[in-house]
Design a protein. Sequence first.
Length: 229
Amino acid sequence: MLIEYMLDKKSQNSSTRKMHSLRFLLCLLAITFISVSCNFILRATAKSEDNLPNVQPSTTEVQEFKASEFVTPSVKFPENTFPQVKFSEIGCEQIYVQENKYLTIITLPADLVFDSGEDKIRPEAEKALRQVNQAITNRYPDTWLQILGHTDSVGNKIDNLKLSEQRVTTLQRWLSEKGGVKISLITKEGYGETQPIAPNTNSDGSDNPKGRQKNRRIEIVVQKQANQV
């Protein structure tokens, strides 16, 4: 009996050791699998990151504007393209009217409307402006028009540009407030000394007063409608 008990005990111990060995082996396999899996994932991630395109943040280059590169559109109105006409409403001989199928250009000497270097309308100019306004109201009701301002070349270019802009703004306000023209139909542009129609100086470099006087002007350009042709 004792021998049988000892053999049975030895068999149980052997079974227990085998079970513990099997459990240890399973744990070791699980740890190995997890380690290999993590290593594979890390390598795959690193490889995918290496294959990503090298994207740099976009930058916008700010180019410096050069006034010399800006080409001012020509707003000259030669008489062979825009013949001179007479409007019965305009009696002032200093006001020059040109017209073709598409446009009517009413040119006022700046000296008629403004004092030298000023942007306020001279009281003496009110009569001439009323004549111009009457012609526009009678002939071109509810029609788009543009006021263009020009100076001679005397003085600073920037100051001349500013003066021409101020003058067209003043005339726009006058046509709207006193002439009854809808301000939404009036656009304006100051060109300063960039659009001369006559030489500011003579060929020898001396001053040309008559040429400068022609260059100091205000042009009211009317875009004619189909029924006004």
